[in-house]
Design a binder for this molecule. Sequence first.
Ligand code: AMP
Length: 113
Amino acid sequence: MSTIFTQVINREIPADIVYEDDTCIAFKDINPQAPAHVLLIPKKEIISMATVVPEDQAVLGHLMVKASEIATTLGLSESGYRLVVNTNEDAGQSVFHLHIHILGGRRLTWPPG
Ligand code: AMP
């Protein structure tokens, strides 16, 4: 089932897009939890990490490479950043289209809440 992120991909709702290619799109989180908070999503409608199949390997690898490049573009490479993929209820996943949070620009605490 499609989510609001498919509407972002299809330009049906506005988003502050920071990167896009044939496989993925990255845009600023509407409710940022850090000075830099970008969501990186595959254009393929993968529900969550819990539904990933072997055929998703190339897409997921692509996302990790792009996450690194986007973090560099955001100026986070040296200071540091965190990639987060909330998965299902205990992690608080609220949008069921797989997404990588790219968080940085402040000191992030550990362990996460
Ligand atoms: P999660 O809780 O891990 O599923 O993350 C979903 C994220 O999507 C939250 O951080 C929301 O603030 C963000 N979000 C929801 N709708 C939008 C939107 N239309 N544009 C940008 N970010 C959104």
